[in-house]
Design a protein around this ligand. Structure first.
Ligand code: HEM
Length: 235
């Protein structure tokens, strides 16, 4: 729950912070990826980074969370938190990474609001960040504990490919080894990384019309509703 000290500060600064998300976000990601380039190649999807809306999801959701704390004291936006936690758990986000995100996000906020920010404002928003982060970390711990195995990535193979419209194929995947598969829940998402080992990919041509052949394993890019066997569509 938001403290009595922070509540009026958040109420007063929400419109300003909300209106600056678009400027804070690119600064945050350039700081984050400069300090941790591995996150861009192993975790965040490059195509999502090119989309402004998706880029703003993280910082924007903190402003939305703050709005909820102000308007519905004593409660948390459970559905939103659950959706984010499932997405994070599908990507293997870890607790120490929350400190990394905090540092770069708050450096970007401090720079953008340099002329108006005070220690009270920074403290109140830090409280909001960690209320949200702690709620997500707790949910993600529960999701990791419920997994049928302790591995982040397990090998799956293509069981079937079917045409799904112009330039699209639907892949049906099944486990490629004996690692126990976590039963899917309605809210579950899964992340996939793929490498193409077809003759055409090896020779450098494109595996599908209009799709560049990746040089190696891709960063996690697609999420699918988790079913077993799983299917996803490639364009
Ligand atoms: C309080 C802190 C955080 C908040 C509020 C937050 C919020 C979000 C939101 C709203 C999404 C989009 C979810 C959706 O697709 O429905 C998201 C996705 C994601 N988050 Fe977080 N997040 C936080 C911390 C982190 C941390 C610590 C990491 C790891 C470095 C991380 C990595 C990601 C990644 C990789 C995605 C997928 C985006 C993509 O595909 O490019 N997040 N997060």
């Amino acid at each position: 729950m938001l403290s009595d000290k922070s509540r009026p500060v958040i109420e007063a600064t929400l419109p300003l912070v909300g209106s600056r998300i678009g400027a804070i976000t690119p600064n945050f990601y350039s700081r984050l990826f400069a300090a941790h380039p591995e996150l861009l190649d192993g975790l965040f999807s490059r195509s999502n980074q090119r989309s402004g809306d998706q880029q703003q999801a993280l910082a924007g959701s903190i402003a939305t969370f703050a709005t909820h704390l102000v308007n519905h004291p004593g409660t948390l936006p459970e559905t939103v938190l659950s959706r984010i936690a499932h997405r994070h758990a599908s990507l293997g986000i870890t607790e120490p990474q929350y400190q990394v995100v905090y540092e770069h996000l708050f450096a970007a906020i401090a720079e953008d609001l340099a002329e108006v920010i005070t220690p009270e404002i920074a403290e109140a928003w830090t409280e909001v960040y960690w209320l949200m982060a702690d709620a997500l970390i707790k949910l993600e711990k529960g999701l990791y504990a419920a997994q049928a195995n302790s591995k982040m990535w397990t090998p799956w193979k293509v069981a079937a490919k079917t045409a799904a419209g112009a330039g699209s194929l639907t892949f049906t995947l099944e486990p490629a080894d004996d690692t126990p598969v976590t039963p899917a829940l309605p809210a579950s998402t899964s992340a996939s990384r793929s490498s193409f080992r077809t003759a055409s990919a090896r020779s450098g041509s494109t595996p599908f019309p209009g799709t560049p052949a990746p040089a190696g394993p891709s960063p996690p890019s697609s999420t699918t509703a988790a079913r077993s066997p799983r299917s996803c569509t490639a364009r």
